[in-house]
Design a protein around this ligand. Structure first.
Ligand code: HEC
Ligand code: HEC
Length: 505
């Protein structure tokens, strides 16, 4: 690990020489450390890793893992994306694989049928380079045009005539955002220090704590995480991280026995993103952190209270001070603990406290909301749509689980729905349609546990199933709230392993 980070820390000096020694055989030098193709695109660290890995797999490039990491660091710094250019598509880097993408029809149908649309939206190129990319697709997969799903149109003609000009306009190599970012890009030395963090892991609950960041060589860091889940389970460990392009934070932390990855945007004294298990990226938490030195309210945990009840609420942030104020009808009974990172209070919501979402204040600090509810109007299963995958059974691919929570919604005095938050529920699955019922998907596709974790079945053909098919299934996920018995419904597809699992889906 030490040598790995050492190599990356010297990327700025070593990058140009590596490009010259490793890439020049096939990419033409254009002077000024520029090379054909390579110097005319911008992308994320993951994007650069995928391009270079493809050079190895498809074109026989010979490069050590260390040199490849150095080049990824060099290129991601020199030809990366500005923060505003990754806004809204970070889910792909964060490996939120259940995301249902929202792109226009053309991009979805022409480019989003083999991989995510985000893979496209996370790149910047001039028209010529988008054109090369289209040609590379057809050259590499000549059958693309008449493969399933592509037979419906003249793909190449449409791609060159319509998609390329559109992409060149939407995702150009040069723009103001990137020019500004290169000028103002913050230095890595703004990051060492104490970071108070808040998060939520589906089926496990809220988590909070402090991450201590220590400077290492170049843009690399050592990390120490000390925290706990709301139920008291520790969330602590140590690791390392690297900063690409002034804000793309990538960390590796061993929490207990589990290796976890961090994919954050580190901007303006905050880190935001997702932290997930390396081997099971479906197990992850939404993460936000604020640096000591500033004052910021990150979260209130839990962010809901029922009218007429008492509860313990925890405010999480940095530089916390002052009196907590939860608005009319929610009284502070007692402050149980107050540190700069955390304020724990016992509160009481009166029976007539107005239902709805209200701002919480701590002294001068604002920015987080508390939902007060009386009645529950609706329950949603989160995620509403998801994919689990069979695995194991002698194969090397682990099962991909489904993880669900029940999100309660109320109706405000204005008749508008408002989010209450996650509440405890009983979980079950049912066949999604007639076909699923006939094929007994509920019996074969896997088991829904009491905590909302769905564990899919084993990989491979199942002799007990009709036609010896595998343990795929099409299921409804049913949540029944413990409080009030409201029911919500989600959709879960259980399917085969993902054989090809690139960093950007
Ligand atoms: C053995 C030849 C060879 C070597 C060595 C090689 N490349 Fe390539 N590279 C290609 C070819 C051929 C293409 C065009 C087809 C494609 O995109 O795969 C290409 C395309 C690319 C592209 C454009 C991909 C795109 O999506 O448009 C990038 C970026 C790239 N190479 C980076 C590199 C880097 C960085 C190195 C050195 C570490 C390198 N290549 C070394 C043959 C090579
Ligand atoms: C037939 C399936 C298919 C379709 C359709 C498709 N792609 Fe791809 N695309 C691939 C595959 C496979 C790769 C290579 C993945 C790898 O390197 O592991 C790829 C790679 C890419 C990359 C990464 C290249 C790099 O090295 O940086 C981009 C960007 C991309 N595609 C954009 C597009 C765009 C834009 C379209 C629509 C015009 C499109 N794709 C349509 C299969 C497809």
């Amino acid at each position: 690990m030490a040598s790995l980070l050492f190599a990356q820390a010297h990327a700025a000096e070593e990058g140009p020489a590596l490009l010259k020694s490793k890439c020049v055989g096939c990419h033409i030098p254009e002077g000024n450390d520029s090379f054909s193709r390579i110097s005319h695109q911008r992308k994320t660290p993951e994007g650069w890793l995928m391009s270079i890995a493809r050079m190895q797999v498809m074109h026989g490039l010979q490069i050590s893992d260390d040199d490849r990491r150095t080049l990824v660091k060099y290129l991601a710094d020199k030809q990366g994306l500005a923060p505003s250019e990754t806004d809204g598509v970070r889910y792909a880097m964060e490996r939120r694989l259940n995301t249902v993408e929202q792109f226009d029809d053309q991009l979805s149908q022409m480019c989003g049928r083999c991989h995510s649309g985000a893979r496209v939206a996370l790149q910047r190129r001039p028209a010529k380079e988008w054109e090369h990319l289209v040609n590379f697709h057809l050259g590499q997969w000549p059958s693309l045009e008449y493969q399933a799903q592509s037979r419906d149109r003249d793909w190449l003609e449409l791609a060159l005539k319509d998609v390329v000009p559109d992409l060149a306009k939407r995702f150009p190599l040069e723009n103001q955002a990137w020019a500004d970012w290169q000028k103002d890009r913050p230095k890595a030395d703004a990051l060492p220090g104490q970071w108070s963090f808040s998060g939520h892991m589906l089926t496990k609950g809220d988590v909070r704590g402090v991450m201590t960041v220590t400077a290492d060589a170049g843009d690399t860091f050592k990390l120490d995480v000390k925290g706990q889940y709301a139920d008291g389970t520790p969330f602590s460990g140590s690791g390392s991280a690297i900063l690409y392009n002034g804000y793309e934070w990538r960390g590796n932390v061993k929490v207990g026995e589990t290796n976890m990855r961090q994919v954050f945007a580190a901007l303006n004294g905050e880190m935001k993103g997702r932290m997930f298990e390396a081997e099971h990226d479906e197990r992850g938490l939404d993460f936000s952190a604020a640096k000591a030195g500033g004052a910021k309210l990150l979260a209130v945990q839990p962010a809901h209270i029922k009218a007429g009840t008492q509860a313990e609420l925890t405010l999480v942030g940095s530089g916390l001070s002052g009196a907590p104020d939860f608005g009319p009808g929610v009284e502070v009974v007692k402050v149980l603990e107050a540190t700069p990172n955390l304020v724990r209070v016992q509160v009481k919501a009166t029976a007539d406290a107005a239902p709805g979402v209200r701002g919480v204040a701590l002294g001068e600090l604002k920015g987080v909301d508390l939902a007060v509810y009386k009645d529950i109007a609706e329950v949603k299963v989160v995620p509403e749509f998801s994919i689990a995958r069979v695995g194991e059974n002698g194969g090397s691919t682990p099962k991909v689980q489904g993880r669900f929570e029940a999100e309660a919604w109320g109706k405000g005095a204005d008749g508008k729905p408002y989010r209450i938050g996650y509440l405890p529920a009983k979980w079950s699955v049912e066949p999604f349609d007639e076909r699923a019922k006939e094929d007994e998907d509920v019996k074969f596709a896997g088991v829904m546990n009491a905590d909302g974790v769905f564990v899919p079945g084993l990989a491979g053909p199942n002799p007990e199933r009709k036609m010896m098919t595998n343990n795929a299934g099409n299921l409804k996920v049913i949540a029944e709230l413990e409080e009030g018995g409201h029911k919500g419904e989600g959709h879960l597809i259980v399917t085969v392993q993902r054989w090809n699992n690139p960093p950007i889906p």
